[in-house]
Design a protein around this ligand. Sequence first.
Ligand code: GTP
Ligand code: MG
Length: 204
Amino acid sequence: MEIRSATFVTSNTDVKKCPPPDRHEYAFIGRSNVGKSSLINMLTNQSKLAKTSATPGKTQLINHFLINNEWYLVDLPGYGYVKAAKTVRGQFGAMIRDYILRRENMVCLFVLVDSRHAPREIDLDFMAWLGENGVPFVIVFTKTDKLSARENADCVANYEKVMLEQWEHMPRVFLTSAESRQGRKELLAYLDELNRTIDNPVIE
Ligand code: GTP
Ligand code: MG
């Protein structure tokens, strides 16, 4: 799949104010600064579509982007940074939680983790919470340009080992970099696959 058009639709703080749920959508989530907004820009080939920053906590709203006039890509605020929100297990904001549990047209959540770090409790807790709530997700490793191919492979293997202590199966994983553009083709192909099987999506 190629992205022919990508346009900003709305930003808001409340799932009830999101665009009508009349098309499928995919949302990017993960710790603050992990690279969610950068990955959206890389996928859409637009350097300024989603706002990025070296300072964590840049994205504070639920941002909808309309892709190819067909489906939504959603940039969510990061977790693990904003302390103010009342949260699930003290860590995930009510806005994120409501969005994830109530957005009926959200097909799959893309959980981003930094490829340089060993599995972190906050991410593992978040994914456990997704599992408890039956929310389909895949894992997207980011910033792979900062490591060698070998180190990235080790990172994924280690992540899998830790995940399998809690999960029966490892979710699907993608290795990506907004810098080198690694993983763009694979992610777009996966989105295409989900779009095509939308009435009966198989997340694996
Ligand atoms: P919040 O909105 O604050 O939750 O952050 P975010 O997850 O949207 O991260 P963002 O895309 O704003 O990127 C955070 C920082 O990481 C920025 O300084 C980016 O330039 C940098 N960054 C993002 N992706 C990559 C990547 O693939 N490689 C490298 N080297 N840097 C990256
Ligand atoms: Mg962001």
